[in-house]
Design a protein around this ligand. Sequence first.
Ligand code: G6P
Ligand code: ZN
Length: 551
Amino acid sequence: MGVQEVPTQAFDDQKPGTSGLRKKVTVFQQPNYTNNFIQATIDAVTELEGSLAGATLAVGGDGRFYLPEAIQIIIKMAAANKIGRLVIGQNGLFSTPAVSALIRQRQLRGGIILTASHNPGGPTEDFGIKYNIANGGPAPGSVTDTIFKKSQALTKYQISDAADVDLSVLGEVRVEDMIVEIVDPVDNYATLMQELFDFDALKAYVSSGIKLHIDCLSGIAGPYAKRIYVDLLGAPEDAVVNASPKPDFGGGHPDPNLVYAHDLVAAMQTGAYDFGAAFDGDADRNMILGKNGFFVTPSDSVAVLAAQYEHIPYLKKNGLQGVSRSMPTGAALDLVAKKLDIEFFEVPTGWKFFGNLMDAGRLSLCGEESFGTGSNHIREKDGVWASLCWLSVMAGTGQSIEQILLKHWQDFGRNFFTRYDYENVSSEAGDAVMTKVRSLIGNQASWPTDAPSGHKIASVDDFEYTDPTNGEVTSKQGLRIIFTDGSRIIFRLSGTGSSGATIRMYIDSYIKDDAAYTQDAAVALKPLVELALQLSNLADLTGRTEPSVIT
Ligand code: G6P
Ligand code: ZN
């Protein structure tokens, strides 16, 4: 064994996005590409937080193609850079929430998560590398900016010429002076869930005959869902499907929504199951369905969990310090916060804003329309945890998911919600739509007064957020058209698209009328959808008459 210093050429495209560096596998496979990014990450963390010599990091990912190769590179480079210990999930596997939980529980310096979340995997699909900091959350902009800066100036990296480590064998091995500790990827997370929830009550509920159908979409949620639902809660083996992580997710798109989790939707529509859930590739997103395919929008999901928090043992014990949603998320949560008289925060899209509020002790529960729900038990969103929250509310109330939602709407009114995605439009067309909507700001004379639905605009703005924990201002986070009845139309350009621009149009239509809650969401939302298309002139400016995806 020995450490080598290898000369390298900098790459100019290693700028991490909000969720790390995501590129095609073939990009990561270029000679030195992965090595450079790992060295830039180690150098950046060293510069900002002090030496990593002797430190412990967690490493693991969602099982996608190129994971084993990336982990061997990380082991050899970590050893050469004098890191003290790596805690790696067996076979390189860890869900994103499990890494966050492990960092917090063992007070590690940080972790490296290998995933491209809900993007497809395979030799021609996506891979990703993301650094999480000591609070268990994604690295903030200051860290990712420094990684990018380091990557642009990199001339060499350090690597050990040690042999590959067998990732399948639990226990400790030494690489140079570093210990590699291979652990069961589920143990620590399952223990945490047992601390948060009442597993005896859940087990009794499951054995009372409630039928579960949990689809892991061949992502990393499988081993976690099997352990929790089958081994610990006694559900039948076949209650959890697609539970073996596959490098290509079985050729599917591991994203839990009505389009990509169609098998789950179809299974639920047969009426054979009471509770359905799906998770994305790295198990941080979730979708919840009730009997006959009854769909819980992510915006409603976080609002219901907040309203019913007393059925979730650790939230009941600790109380809700505050709740939060991202700006485009339907505003159902706002009404619950008002009723509970607790702090409420509307933050920009992206999980990092929640983490700051949690660290400050001001946020217990949060969610995003993009199928993310989470709490201060970790600093990432958490799919399997969200499903346990829902099961707890069902067990506690004795009601079906549909009954829980109906009651919620009767109490608070219903925020009908939909998102239209126009993918792969040109950047120019995307900008033109935003410019057109932006022209409504401060120009009251241009606001329509004769909308057939009676909707009247109360305000238009470009969302700006001041983080109450550190005063940092984040501006231009999406255009909001707010109506006098609280309904909203939002336009935003996606921050995660890979080519051209993706326009997201979000419609949040508030209705308080007991007779209206069971109507088809598409029908209820039609007037505002039409108004949004008219106000943005979207069809003319983009040439698109239909969105690519409706969720
Ligand atoms: C990632 C983040 C989420 C965020 C989403 C937004 O998944 O983890 O927190 O909601 O991106 O994506 P968009 O494409 O709308 O910018
Ligand atoms: Zn994810």
